[in-house]
Design a protein around this ligand. Structure first.
Ligand SMILES: [Zn+2]
Ligand SMILES: [Zn+2]
Length: 202
């Protein structure tokens, strides 16, 4: 308890607005940059929340830099397309999908953010980013997936033991998922079987 009478809580479950999702994600990223020693300038990032993204959980939108190659450091100060006197990289935008946030639990969301930070790190260093071998190594080092699950794929599908019909799907672990056999389907009043789907890559 702080002397102000409140505690800093991890309020992931309390996020209800695009603004709070952005703020939470920014705060997570600034902590992750320290924890995982990302070489990322957060000041060069813009953020947006997309309500239209159908499958991509998140994306980093970058300017297109000619002749940039992952692994070849770029000198932003002298780069003709983007030269800023400061030598800072041009800004790129982290686009977060609201629907993905709704379907991902905290650990999957933070892993997604680390995946996007690897893209940002590559872009800021090389002027481009991909999912190649360097990305894979870095993603493994920061405990991020090389591919982020398509969030439109539910993690759990519950089916009726009587007729085999799908009666529900859930994106997150919950009581229905954990205790499927203590529920009954409305079609046949039968127990339910819960199948967990492996992550589907995108
Ligand atoms: Zn990616
Ligand atoms: Zn049934």
């Amino acid at each position: 308890m702080s002397r102000d009478g409140y505690e800093l809580v991890d309020a992931y479950g309390a996020i209800e607005t695009h603004e709070s999702l952005t703020q939470w994600s920014q705060e997570y990223c600034s902590r992750a940059i320290e924890t995982y020693e990302f070489d990322v300038s957060l000041g060069s990032l813009d953020w947006e929340v997309s309500t239209r993204a159908k499958r991509r959980a998140a994306a980093v939108k970058t300017p297109q830099i000619d002749d940039a190659t992952v692994g070849e450091p770029i000198d932003w100060a002298s780069h003709s397309q983007t030269a800023l006197s400061s030598g800072d990289p041009p800004s790129c935008t982290v686009s977060l999908s609201w629907r993905a946030f709704e379907s991902f639990d905290r650990s999957e969301w933070t892993a997604t953010l680390r995946h996007e930070l690897v893209h940002v790190e590559q872009f800021q260093a090389y002027g481009t980013t991909d999912h190649g071998p360097a990305f894979k190594r870095r993603a493994e080092a920061v405990d991020a997936p090389v591919r982020v699950r398509r969030f439109s794929t539910p993690k759990y599908v519950l089916s009726c033991d009587g007729c085999g019909e799908t009666v529900a799907h859930r994106y997150r672990d919950c009581k229905l998922v954990r205790q499927a056999d203590s529920y009954r389907s409305s079609c046949c009043k039968s127990p339910l079987t819960c199948n967990k789907f492996a992550s589907v890559d995108s």
